[in-house]
Design a protein around this ligand. Structure first.
Ligand SMILES: [Zn+2]
Length: 241
């Protein structure tokens, strides 16, 4: 079991930790700031610094089989640290911050486009969501204007925890059909984006988010692609400065 620091503090860039296991799959730590691939968000990259000053490059992060198990993947040919070794775990913050901004932007896109989300992916600098809607209902310019308005308005983004039972009683909270909320632990984390007197988006999400929509900055809508019957893919990217 790994203490997931990013879950409570997405802005934590580094932490001290102890190696609990190191094998050919990667390194497990007792606590980590590294987000593992999941919910459409890529895993973090970065370094583990040993007391000797040696830095071990982490090229990807994934989930293990055990609950809350995080596997830090090394570059090929790296030397494994010994179990028990004290390290400083440090993510590539510039990259993670771009992923957090784009991830949170996809929540806003959910709020702008009515319809079930059938898939999605965040990558460095861009993102996409698939919606089960007829194509005629999507106006690219109108979506871009509304999305950038919500970003610029500087709405708060914050977590709210509910019980599994409360979530089961409100199935409408689950917007994304492709990502099942992590139920079974007794409670589920919702992410809420709130404006004055209204909830803009509220849905279960285990990813990392920024605190305020203004941090996203201007975005541009790319192609709206036809991905099968009633399945439209909306691509977006950070607007060039
Ligand atoms: Zn999210």
């Amino acid at each position: 079991m790994t203490e997931l620091i990013f879950r409570d503090d997405a802005y934590a860039r580094s932490c001290s930790a102890r190696v609990t296991l190191a094998d050919d799959r990667g390194i497990r730590l007792d606590r980590t700031v590294f987000y593992p691939t999941g919910g459409g968000q890529p895993g973090d990259t970065g370094v583990l610094r040993l007391a000797s000053g040696e830095a071990i490059a982490i090229v990807d992060t994934v989930k293990g089989e055990a609950p809350d198990e995080v596997i830090h993947i090394l570059a090929p040919g790296s030397t494994l640290p010994a179990p028990g070794a004290e390290v400083t775990a440090e993510i590539d913050w510039q990259r993670r911050y771009r992923l957090m901004r784009m991830h949170t932007c996809l929540h806003l896109l959910c709020a702008v486009v009515p319809g079930a989300v059938t898939g999605g992916q965040v990558s460095d600098g861009k993102g996409r969501l698939d919606f089960d809607v007829p194509s005629a209902s999507l106006d690219k310019e109108a979506i871009a204007v509304r999305l950038n308005e919500l970003i610029a308005a500087g709405h708060d983004v914050s977590p709210r925890w509910i019980t599994d039972d409360e979530l089961a009683a409100h199935p409408e909270l689950v917007r994304t059909m492709s990502v099942k909320p992590p139920v079974g632990a007794g409670r589920v984390r919702l992410m809420e984006i709130k404006g004055p007197g209204l909830i803009i988006d509220l849905q279960p999400c285990g990813g990392t988010h920024i605190r305020n929509t203004a941090e996203i900055g201007p975005v541009a809508i790319g192609k709206i692609e036809n991905k099968g019957r009633q399945n439209r893919r909306i691509n977006l990217a950070f607007a060039p400065p």
